[in-house]
Design a protein around this ligand. Structure first.
Ligand code: ARG
Length: 461
């Protein structure tokens, strides 16, 4: 495709260089937003008398036709074009001659691309927020059905204290709500208009940047034209929010991988969301979750790409910045894919309540409660802690658990023990009495579910 900047040059650009330089293979996806930005620009040019009103009208009509033709498949993107911006402008000129050539008055690709990415990312963030909200809703549903599903809570992956599956789900619910709010903050901060920054130093034409801001739904024009074309902090910020979201999904995935192992057997994935092995007939593998865990590294990599790309750049635009798109698009694509598979996967998994409970019944998970029993009878906590430790050692030696150890053995340590110790250390008591705000008891978790649902509705309103 002929270059618009060919005037200064005496030769055509080398083919390899052209391919190296071109970004249309990946920025082509922004065609809609490029046209949206150009329509606003053309409207403003006409209204401000910078180009004749009838040219503005014709340009807008032409841009709409191009949009329709791309959407219907009638017009294919030319992969030899330098980028999507050049392609659309050239197509407009092909169709409308001199009128088309007036579109780029008082504009540079530098502010054009800065507008396009913002418009594009604004839409994508909305979609990712909707998916994340769907996941939170799914978690609330699972939690509601499992407020009394007892399972072990772990520290260091060692059984620690009993909790409920609902409690565990609502922990992720809270993390995801923070992801939602981080994404909203990012969208809010990036929603300002760089158009009119032009190449870097604004323009001598009497443009109206407030008008284009309003037309494009931006809060206001960016205050400084150099800043308008130089920074990609909004891509970094989004990549960071997405990396954190992926990190949460990755930790959750890791747990699901463990939970569906034969060693745990806490859950079973639906056949539609698991895969088999090419050699071992017995296998049912949690590939989705492993891919999510793996892709988390990739999204973090996108964040690092963006940060490293920016850190040495003098103001204003540098071609290095073209590298922003592949990184942020990759992060977005992968997050969406992960959410779209993760949501139905956890929505269809079978929960093996009995195995969860059995796992909680082992491993002296009620030892803290045994110590607390003595504290409630007047013993200082440190002494109660020590005695309980000795009781655990004794149980291990005798192949007993705290539930099965005879009362005489208890009383050999202190006669504060009575037969009510068995109720005090039963799993149900351990969970039901953990009633502190934020705790795992059914009562406490119901409050969390309620609060999560309210916060979710607020976040999405
Ligand atoms: N394709 C370019 C990018 O994505 C558009 C901006 C080009 N600007 C320039 N001065 N060469 O960054």
């Amino acid at each position: 495709m002929a270059k618009m900047w060919a005037g200064r040059f005496s030769k055509e650009v080398d083919e390899t260089v052209n391919a190296f330089n071109s970004s249309i293979s990946f920025d082509g996806r922004m065609y809609r937003h490029d046209i949206q930005g150009s329509i606003a620009h053309a409207t403003m040019l006409g209204k401000c008398g910078i180009i004749p009103e009838e040219d503005s009208v014709k340009i807008i009509k032409g841009l709409r036709e191009i949009l329709d033709d791309i959407e219907s498949g009638k017009l294919e993107l030319d992969m030899t074009a330098e980028d999507i911006h050049m392609f659309i402008e050239a197509e407009l000129t092909k169709r409308y001659g001199d009128t088309g050539k007036r579109l780029h008055t008082s504009r540079s690709r530098n502010d054009q691309v800065a507008v396009d990415i913002r418009l594009y990312l604004r839409d994508e963030i909305e979609e990712i927020r909707k998916l994340t909200a769907e996941l939170v809703k799914e978690l609330c549903g699972i939690a509601e059905k499992n407020t009394d599903t007892i399972m072990p809570g772990y520290t260091h992956l060692q059984r620690a204290q009993p909790i409920t599956l609902a409690h565990h789900m609502m922990a992720y619910g809270q993390m995801l709500l923070r992801d939602l709010s981080r994404l909203a903050d990012t969208a809010e901060r990036m929603n300002v208009n760089p158009l009119g920054s032009c190449a870097l130093a604004g323009t001598t034409y009497p443009i109206d940047r407030f008008m284009t801001s309003e037309l494009l739904g931006f809060r206001e024009p960016m205050v400084n034209s150099l800043d308008g074309v130089s920074d990609r902090d909004f891509c970094v910020e989004l990549a960071c929010a997405l990396s954190l979201l992926m990190t949460h999904l990755s930790r959750f995935s890791e747990e699901i991988i463990m939970w569906c192992s034969w060693e745990f057997k806490f859950i079973e994935l639906d056949d539609a969301y698991a895969t088999g092995s090419s050699i071992m007939p017995q296998k049912k593998n949690p590939d989705i979750t492993e891919l999510i865990r793996g892709k988390t590294g990739r999204v973090t990599g996108d964040l690092v790409t963006l940060l490293s790309m920016l850190k040495g750049l003098p103001l204003a635009y540098n071609k290095d910045m073209q590298e922003d798109k592949e990184a942020i698009f990759d992060a977005i694509d992968n997050v969406k894919l992960c959410l779209k598979t993760f949501i139905p996967m956890i929505g269809t998994m079978k929960i093996n309540k009995e195995n969860m409970r059995n796992a909680a019944a082992k491993g002296f998970i009620n030892a803290t409660d045994c110590a607390d029993y003595l504290v409630k009878k007047g013993m200082p906590f440190r002494d109660a802690y020590k005695i309980t430790g000795q009781l655990v050692a004794l149980c291990i030696e005798k192949n007993e658990t705290l539930e099965t150890l005879p009362l005489e053995e208890y009383r050999n340590f202190t006669d504060l023990f009575d037969k009510d110790v068995y109720t005090a250390i039963s799993l149900e008591t351990c969970v039901n009495q953990r009633n502190s705000y934020g705790g795992p008891s059914p009562e406490a978790v119901k409050v969390q579910i309620e609060k999560t649902r309210t916060s979710l509705a607020e976040a999405m309103s």
